[in-house]
Design a binder for this molecule. Structure first.
Ligand code: NAD
Ligand code: ZN
Length: 356
């Protein structure tokens, strides 16, 4: 499957398929990444153990000279310290303006390596080789970032990849909990803009959960296409793009209050999408049935749908107001109107949210 993402004057391709990692050299050449300058692969320890050597061998055989840097797995690697270390390694390895950085891994590696690429010598080529399902989301939109001790993604840039090469086979070694988290974002993309995609995800849930490669390729392509359409219609993030936050205002609060430990991002937004649907029904914005279908669809992908144990409604509401996407302390929620259609609703009654 191939998909072209058009953003401003630049466009790039997302190529999706089974066992694509071995074809990286041809796809790089096709995207104009030349073999005359050194490449740098940035990956994490879990991914490196499985996929780094085969990738390096394929690159070497095609005449590419690639150095590799391995970071610890996990969000803590999106740090200034790791960023500095990677910059040092890039300079020492002799990368130049024509070099490219290859991000082999999930969203953490993509964000980190992308920020290195965005800033090394004021920006060099960047290629994404996603190995998680969630990375379908981070591979579109060009946002790259690292964290500051005072907040997530506070240091970043917009830097579009030259090409995204998505090997669906790599997803087979991903822990199932991470697979589910990735599906939460795929489902979100369906819920905000494509009812027939939601039907399809419902009908094919069993085979998708088993990572059937043809279906998975289609799910990733659709998910990327929805995000690309929204992002390219709204590069400055004023209107449409906010729809991508369905479930996220609640979800970020759950994540923050569970100290990023008990719930991962996908699980938190799954619960958030359920609550958004319930709020929407309660205020008469959505017809009844939207909540039940949202909940059913998420549960088919083994995602949680119930209020997280131990959290108090009032503390969640307070955390929602602190979220960086709220403006002036007023809550603007993305609510579903129907399956496949969502809108931003301002000034939802706080007491009603607490009741729901
Ligand atoms: P991740 O990159 O941490 O990967 C999850 C875990 O799976 C890690 O332990 C990793 O080592 C392991 N892993 C990855 N691929 C594997 C494979 N094929 N087999 C076995 N193990 C594998 O997490 P993620 O969920 O992919 O990404 C989360 C990050 O993405 C967050 O930092 C978030 O901020 C970012 N993000 C960015 C954007 C964006 O637009 N830039 C969008 C969404 C999320
Ligand atoms: Zn998200």
């Amino acid at each position: 499957n191939r998909l072209t993402v058009e953003l401003g004057e630049r466009s790039y391709e997302i190529v999706i398929g089974d066992s694509l990692l071995q074809h990286v050299p041809e796809l790089l050449a096709e995207a104009g990444v030349v073999s005359t300058s050194k490449l740098m692969i940035i990956t994490d320890e879990h991914v490196a153990a499985r996929y780094l050597e085969p990738l390096r061998d394929a690159l070497r055989a095609a005449g590419y000279d690639a150095t590799a840097s391995i970071v610890e797995a996990g969000e803590q690697s999106k740090s200034l310290a790791v960023y500095e270390r990677l910059m040092t390694e890039a300079i020492q390895a002799g990368l130049d303006r024509k070099s490219a950085i290859l991000a082999l891994g999930g969203g953490v590696v993509g964000d980190l390596a992308g920020f290195v690429a965005a800033t090394f010598m004021r920006g060099i080529d960047f290629v994404q080789l996603p190995t998680t399902l969630l990375a379908h989301d981070s591979s579109v939109g060009g946002k790259v970032a690292i964290n500051h001790p005072l907040g997530k993604n506070l240091i970043g840039a917009f830097h579009q990849p030259r090409v995204v090469i998505y090997d669906t086979k790599a997803l087979h070694t991903l822990p199932k909990r991470e697979v589910a988290a990735g599906f939460a974002e795929v489902i979100k993309h369906a819920l905000i803009s494509d009812a027939s995609f939601a039907d399809w995800l419902e009908e094919n849930a069993a085979r998708l959960w088993e990572l059937d490669s043809a279906l998975l390729g289609k799910a990733i392509e659709k998910g990327c296409a929805v995000k690309a359409a929204i992002v390219s219609a709204d590069e400055t993030e004023q209107g449409q793009r906010a729809l991508l936050n369905l479930g996220h205002t609640f979800g970020h609060a759950f994540e923050a209050l569970s100290a990023y430990s008990t719930l991962n991002h996908g699980e938190a937004i799954a619960i958030g999408m359920c609550i958004a649907a319930k709020v929407a029904e309660r205020i008469g914005f959505a017809k009844s049935g939207v909540y039940d279908r949202t909940k059913h669809l998420l549960s088919l992908y083994h995602l949680p749908t119930a209020w997280p144990k131990g959290l108090l409604p009032q503390e969640v509401l307070d955390a929602m107001k602190r979220d960086k996407k709220t403006v002036g302390g007023k809550l603007a929620l993305v609510l579903p109107r129907a399956i496949g259609q969502a809108e931003i609703v301002k000034n939802v009654d706080e007491q009603l949210i607490l009741t729901v």
